[in-house]
Design a protein around this ligand. Sequence first.
Ligand code: ASP
Length: 725
Amino acid sequence: MFFKNRFFNSPILILLSLLLLILISFAFIPTKPDEGMFPLSDIKSINLNEKGLKISVDEVYNPNGVSLVDALVKIGGCTGSFISDEGLIITNHHCVFSIVSNASTVENNYLENGFLAESREKELPAKGLTCRITDSYEDVSAEVLNAANTSEDISQRTTAISKKIKEIVDREEKKDSTIKAEVSEMFVGEQYILFRYKTINDVRLVYVPPRTIGEFGGESDNWVWPRHNGDFSFVRAYVAPDGSSTKYSESNVPYKPKKFLQVNPKGVNEEDFVFILGYPGRTFKHQPSQFLIMQEKYQLPYIQDLYSWLINLYEKRGENDPVFELEKVGEIQGLANTEKNYRGKIQGLDRLKLIQKKQEEEKQLQNFIESDPAFKEKYGSVLSEIDDVYKDAFKSGRRNLVLMMLSRNVDYYRLAEIFIDYKKEMMKPESERKSLYKEEKRNEFYNTITKLYNDFMPDLEPKILNKMLSDASAFEEFKDVEPFKSFSKQNNKEDFIADLYDDTFIKDSKEYFKLLEDADEKIEDLDDPYLQLVKSIFELGEIEKNKSQVRDGNLNILLAKLNDVKRQWMNKSFIPDANSTLRLTFGYVRGYSPRDATYFSPHTTLSGLIEKGKEYGDYKLNEKIKELYDKKDFGQFIHPELNDVPVNFIYNMDTSGGNSGSPIMDAYGKLVGVNFDRSFEATVNDYTWSEKYSRSIGVDIRYVLWVVQKVGGADFLLKEMGISL
Ligand code: ASP
């Protein structure tokens, strides 16, 4: 027996060995990841090698050479990455969902059955999908802020900034016609970066798994861990034979990317270092507490309620109408995604008491400012001035939001709005008109109108208008405002709205175009109740627009000051909020404990998928998967410890919407998965991130490869990715 000897039993030795044990275990605890979506300019300063990266940081990002960053694309609102030198791109199934549903018919439904192009000629144009590659970037803050500072009127400050940005964009695109320029605001009123992008306009569908795989778990599982979703798809980028970007043409050839990612078919395991490059959309971590109050009180509940009402309406309508169902499936998916995300945010704000925490932080900041006369002089009134701006914003409440939703969801409302706006703009000289109303855009303008007529849903739209007007007229901030005030007094709202639809010239598209182009027809003279109702909402919108311009102008100065003093207080610099520009985030494959006495491990498996699968609803099992599982046909993509095919995994990285489709890479920069979601608790990430509850979800590369091979029967794609079979 080891401990028979007295020496081994001595308390000193036990203490020493305990100490040693603690030291050793500390040495193996991976470093805690930092919050953050690091912009390209910060990548070199993170010291990724210390965190676990095994290649040089130059291989990740190198502005003077080729690096992993060059394999990244922004595809639609998502991210994707090149995985072959023939322009093959991997992204999420949900990122091409609408494209696939648009390419489908009830008889030939690629969304339900999946799609595989067995040869290049059979690849289908992904209509409306484009890819962007970040080419270079440059700080243009001084130029933008100089222009802002010359505007005398605060309401003109943000307009001056937008004007300057447009000027820079035009200048850059003129210099090099092969690029698209964009100036992104990194810190409000402080930092503006010019990004140059290459755009690819010919993108084609290569492989899309059946919906039972690509959307397994549907809305029930969306924003949820554990998960078993094959949320991936393959597309290919094409360019003209001379390498230039062009629209779809049969003579186009696959794009040769500067860099493509190597796939690691062995994937990663618990606690492995991983990182993501991608294009996260919008986060709000540097906003003051009042911004969060606006979100909690107005934005989140209003949108959440409206979207869930719309989803219900469309789903019911589609129950016995497969054509309508297919037409609306993409829109419903988008609405449902936001609706559930907002529900998560509402719960998260409450659970974390985030607003109270921010308010407390602001109190402490004020104390810090007051402790030094120089600070007091410079920043003493910043927080109270922000308060004042928001006092005004609270008075407007949901006004802008409701107006925006009306024009987005009610086609006749939008047609009336365009009519009014167009007439107004046509009074101005051409050079001063909004760009959509310029002569060169005439076709586009007419197409917009035609599309609204085509999308019009006569049986549903009056109901939507009724819902939106009824809701708004019950809100405090609309009560005394026309036409909401009068609407609330209508005894029979349904009849009132039915009459509006019956009596308007908008229902006749020919008449609409005729009146639109007839300069003698003045809005005031048109005795059309629908148009007059929209006109009074339009006028309210103009007043609100002016008010929000003043607020934005003030905030542009105040938020810059706030961040400035916060940096000095905390003695650190910040990572800018996400704004759809290329970012890096890193972390570890790791489980978590979201609730009392609950622990979630980081990998799900094929066995778990089968267990979850029922014959109905969101968990409908794919027949082929069932068959393969019954035969235990796991092939080569098995997880050695789990002895199963790993399906999804989680990691403690900071991601957001737009990171969908981002490549998850291992310590060697090899592709080990595709990011597609976050856990429910992590929906609040957009306001604040924490290692405790923030987990992002990806599809394991082993599951991707297994599905492509065993379900898709597409060995040729695996070979193209360099997988030895
Ligand atoms: N699934 C998410 C989305 O809809 C991705 C995320 O936000 O994490 O964009």
